[in-house]
Design a protein around this ligand. Structure first.
Ligand code: ADP
Length: 499
């Protein structure tokens, strides 16, 4: 292990791709390596990732960032790991191979199981135990599906050799050479199997979903000792000292450590997360109660509005419809369009999350007439991202005595100036974008570094962060806010479609 560490390495394993970023003591990015991750759509509404590809790309990203910056593993003080949440897989601890591809958080294959549980009157009890709205989004029904599949397709497999985990657990297990099977409380709180009040696996829920307790990882504090990287991988043991769910990591990076502070991340989905402090707070408006992060002595909670498909619609415009060549191109096209020509898009490609929680909603374009061009369609997709966030902000405001007066943002799609200005216009409040938009990775680095004393303290590391730009509501406000009312009508038509 390093005695004079110069860097902290953040591993940001997202839905669209895997990234390794090196941060120096000033909190600046020194170098990074990234690779987009293949998405597998075996059936409508299903989405899978290959666990082996996630591990291979993580290893390559680490090796590449070290090579690019001429850094030795011995210069790294600690690793912070942050991952796409809820996505889960099963693997064989004797071979290290996954039994099946990972089922991604957006995957809707278990919607019918959720509906059955609702009919059996289980939804309220599940929400009481976990803080979560019963939905196919979370890991519990996905793990139940994978176990059913395993029993049917590979009945010879001995259950004692099976391990389960979210992406953090899978990568931690691989990084430590199969020595550590653990997760952190922020990721565990998204499985719908952790009891939010106790912070442990809930035996009633494990039984309900048919999950043997021994296949589940140990739950640990988000910041603390998880294990060390197998020296055979990069020639050196490196401690892993922080694990966060991606949204919680971004909340940490934004300095949102007190009630009243919140952020919105624009990635594959959009996630509006508000710090709720050390008291478990429950929502009256179908927001999720979840763990923000934990230390060995303290738990912080959060309230969250999860919107499943935002940046993913931009990827769909690029890869599915092939209407654009790059995500960035949406910005110039939206400006070229000048207006949406009456077109409204409902981004329910994986159903709708907060505040609707409709697994059967599906995407739609509405209001198309003969004069509509490609740029209007593209603009309507960007507008729909901002409209979804407006709905979430309104739900959050209903839950709180003080309305939100500033939105801190980050994530891939927050680079889009048109979208950020439109967001400020439709919300009627300023939108603040930080200089480092990889807040997710930054949060994991901050957590890992603080755990080893690399930084003086949380406040001082947060104080070094710079604002890139603040978007204030402007002349587009009236048009944007009127458009929101029309969009709400479009949403009603897209709901309950796939049933
Ligand atoms: P995740 O962590 O969920 O993988 P990221 O924060 O890395 O997501 O952001 C990637 C997403 O942002 C992709 O879905 C991509 O389509 C979208 N995106 C990236 N750049 C832009 C842009 N300039 N305008 C709109 N969307 C963008």
């Amino acid at each position: 292990m390093s005695t004079n560490p110069q860097y902290i390495l953040a591993l940001d394993l997202g839905t669209t791709g895997n990234r390794a970023i090196l941060f120096n003591n000033d909190g600046d990015v020194v170098g990074q390596a990234y690779k987009e991750l293949p998405q597998y759509y075996p059936h409508p509404g299903w989405l899978e990732h290959d666990g082996r590809e996630i591990w291979r790309d993580t290893r390559e990203a680490i090796a590449n960032v070290l090579a690019q910056t001429d850094t030795k593993a011995s210069q790294i003080g600690a690793i912070g790991l942050t991952v796409q949440r809820e996505t889960c897989l099963l693997w064989d601890k004797t071979t290290g191979q996954p039994f099946h591809k990972a089922i991604v958080w957006q995957d809707r294959r278990t919607a019918s199981l959720c509906n059955e549980l609702t009919e059996q009157g289980k939804a309220e009890d599940i929400q009481e135990r976990t803080g979560l709205v019963l939905d196919a989004y979370f890991s519990a029904t996905k793990l139940a599906w994978l176990l059913d599949w395993l029993k049917k397709e590979q009945p010879e497999v001995k259950m004692e050799n099976v391990l389960a985990g979210t992406v953090d657990t899978w990568i931690l297990w691989n990084l430590t050479g199969g020595k550590v099977h653990a997760t952190d409380r922020s990721n565990a709180s998204r499985t719908m199997l952790m009891n939010l009040a106790t912070g442990n696996w809930d035996n009633t829920l494990l039984e309900l979903f048919g999950i043997p307790p021994h296949i589940m990882p140990e739950i640990k504090p988000s910041m603390g000792t998880f294990g060390t990287v197998d020296p055979g991988l990069f020639g050196q043991e490196i401690p892993i000292t922080a694990i966060f769910g991606d949204q919680q990591a971004a909340l940490f990076a934004h300095g949102c450590d007190r009630p009243g502070l919140l952020k919105c991340t624009y990635g594959t989905g959009c996630f509006l997360v508000a710090q709720a402090g050390t008291e478990l707070t429950r929502s009256q408006n179908r927001l999720l109660a979840t763990v923000a992060w934990t230390t060995p002595t303290e738990t912080k909670y959060a309230l969250e509005a999860a919107m499943f498909t935002t940046g993913a619609c931009i990827q769909w415009l690029r890869d599915g419809l092939q209407l654009i060549q790059s995500a960035a191109e949406t910005e110039s096209l939206a400006r070229l369009a000048g207006e949406n020509k009456g077109v409204y898009f409902v981004p329910a490609l994986s159903g709708l999350g907060a505040p609707h929680w409709d697994m059967n909603a599906r995407g739609s374009f509405q209001g198309i007439t003969g004069g509509v061009k490609r740029e209007h369609m593209v603009r309507s997709v960007l507008e729909s991202i901002a409209y979804q966030v407006k709905e979430a902000v309104e739900a959050m405001n209903k839950d709180s005595a003080n309305p939100i007066s500033l939105l801190k943002v980050d994530g891939g799609a927050s680079k889009n100036d048109f979208l950020m200005q439109f967001q400020a216009d439709v919300l009627g409040i300023p939108v603040e974008r930080p200089a480092v938009q990889d807040a997710t990775a930054q949060g994991a680095a901050f957590g890992a570094g603080l755990a080893i004393g690399f930084w003086d303290g949380y406040e001082s590391v947060i104080a070094k962060r710079q604002v890139d730009r603040t978007f204030t509501p402007g002349e587009g406000q009236k048009q944007a806010q009127e458009g929101f009312e029309v969009w709400l009508r479009a949403v009603e038509r897209a709901k309950n479609w796939a049933s």
